[in-house]
Design a protein. Structure first.
Length: 401
């Protein structure tokens, strides 16, 4: 596969995650009112999706190592489209939560196979470059998603926004069936046997490279998810933006993320992966601490959220492409299992944040601001301490071998 085709396929598959969340977010306040739901129940539509997304990766990853990436993708995307239609037609908040849980479980097939396909085709350093290219495409999806979701929700209501998600799932399924070949050369017939599988996960979970990079992508996503899950209530309910303007505000962060993926590719080539994420952490720190400090000082403005959001998104655009490629790098024969375990950790953190926000959102910017500040500090600690340590250990192990 050419780099362009591989990056395009990865962008579509990974893009399902922001499509599933970002298009839906502008409609969340209206959905909550229309279904007579509480704040906690509304957050469960997001938290439940992410919990099932994380758990299901532990299933899809080994299955993809055993039977191949393509059949898992086709089955997962077909079920995802059905669940998306169910979400759009749900008559109650309880049914919507059920459909969103199924949607998250099916979305997991796309994301876990995307990371495994990357490892099938490329070594970690080249894979980070291709992943950065793919995430540039994903950033374009993220730029378009919130304004489009806001516009559709404003014109035709929240059900139309969720119908748009179903259309995106069907189009991705068509692309995979038409253009994406099988990338797994050597299938592992023992991949789904429980004893070898648990042994593989134990080996992967102890590997310092996996631990460092997985914590990096999980912590940086923790701050981003805090922003995503709380942003519609903060921007619309607290700061008074319309759904359409809210979509544009979120798109501005995606523009920053897009620029970061271009810079990331240049820095990887010049200074390597570890130093790239160390530089990116300064932007993460600036975004997280500035929104926390300004909120603590009592400054109340759209710009208090908007500018730190752009800085945080810039750092995120460094951490995600490098971290996703590096986390599965040491495991060419178990890329699906490693990808699944990394995704599970990330989704578990996001689920916890969703539950916390359901209780913490209080009609102010504080939960969003302090949450982003907390995750920014953890991201920086990982990028500046754990990642260099893991790199030193890997270099020493390679020299000894």
């Amino acid at each position: 596969m050419s780099h362009g085709l591989a990056a395009g396929a990865l962008a579509l598959l990974l893009g399902l995650q922001p499509i599933t969340t970002d298009i839906y977010l502008p409609a969340l306040p209206a959905l909550t009112r229309d279904l007579g739901a509480s704040m906690g129940s509304a957050q469960l539509t997001m938290a439940g999706l992410l919990l099932s997304f994380g758990i299901a990766q532990l299933f899809w990853g080994p299955v993809a190592d055993r039977i191949g990436r393509r059949p898992v993708l086709i089955a997962g995307l077909l079920l995802y489209t059905v669940a998306s239609i169910g979400s759009a037609t749900a008559a109650s908040i309880e049914l919507l939560i059920v459909w969103r849980v199924l949607q998250g479980a099916c979305m997991a097939a796309a994301v876990v196979c995307a990371r495994a396909v990357l490892r099938d085709l490329y070594e970690p350093h080249e894979g980070a470059h291709v992943m950065s290219l793919a995430l540039s495409g994903l950033a374009v999806i993220a730029i378009v998603g919130p304004p489009l979701g806001g516009l559709v929700a404003a014109l035709w209501g929240w059900r139309a926004a969720l119908t748009l998600v179903a259309v995106c799932g069907a189009l991705t399924l068509a692309f995979v069936a038409w253009r994406l070949p099988e990338t797994l050369v050597h299938k592992n017939p023992r991949a789904t046997q429980l004893r070898p599988l648990f042994a593989a996960w134990a080996r992967i979970g102890r590997h310092p490279t996996f631990v460092a990079w997985t914590l990096l992508i999980s912590c940086t996503y923790g701050g981003l998810f805090t922003l995503l899950a709380a942003s519609s209530f903060v921007y619309i309910e607290v700061l008074g933006l319309s759904p359409t303007m809210y979509g544009l505000a979120m798109a501005s962060g995606s523009v920053s993320y897009l620029v970061a993926t271009f810079v990331c590719r240049r820095w990887i080539a010049r200074i390597g992966m570890a130093r790239t994420v160390a530089r990116g952490a300064w932007f993460t720190l600036a975004g997280g601490l500035s929104i926390a400090a300004l909120t603590f000082a009592g400054v109340h403005s759209v710009w208090v959220v908007l500018l730190p959001q752009a800085l945080y998104a810039f750092g995120h655009g460094m951490h995600q492409p490098v971290g996703q490629a590096a986390a599965v790098g040491p495991f060419p024969q178990a890329a699906g299992a490693a990808s699944a375990l990394a995704g599970f950790v990330l989704a578990l953190i996001a689920f916890g944040i969703g539950l916390w926000l359901g209780r913490a959102l209080d009609g102010s910017v504080r939960p969003l601001a302090y949450g982003m500040g907390f995750w920014a500090l953890l991201t920086c600690a990982t990028a500046w301490v754990l990642v260099p340590r893991a790199q030193r250990l890997a270099t020493a192990a390679a020299a000894a071998a």
